[in-house]
Unconditional design. Structure first.
Length: 119
């Protein structure tokens, strides 16, 4: 088990629930209500899917900001055969303290087989 103070998803928002030392905690509206980073990510994935119309394929980045959170995800915008020619996109979303999406943008678009190409 790693030290939660050094864990990349740790938060300085206060005490964490027993058994949740590996996850950061977010205060949601009521100061007594706490959300884990996993819950924030799940809500953001659902929100981005609703906004973009694309299912989130993977989460490649998640970080704490002064305003809340920043999330980077990959979506499949166009399924093709063979799958190596699928069109993927990277989206960046800004979330408030409660984990609600306040803005998002498509950062890049590329074919699945473009491995190692900076997007």
């Amino acid at each position: 088990m790693t030290n939660s103070a050094n864990h990349p998803l740790s938060s300085s928002l206060g005490p964490q629930s027993p058994g949740k030392s590996e996850e950061s905690v977010v205060r949601h509206g009521n100061p007594q209500t706490l959300l884990t980073s996993a819950v924030v990510i799940a809500r953001a994935r659902d929100g981005l899917a609703a906004l973009t119309g694309y299912k989130v394929d993977s989460v490649s980045g998640f970080e704490r900001t002064d305003e809340g959170w920043r999330l980077t995800v990959t979506v499949v915008e166009l399924h093709r055969i063979p799958a190596a020619t699928d069109v993927l996109a990277t989206y960046e979303a800004a979330l408030n303290e409660a984990g609600d999406i306040i803005s998002y943008r498509r950062a890049s678009r590329y074919f699945r087989d473009q491995v190692g190409v900076d997007q």
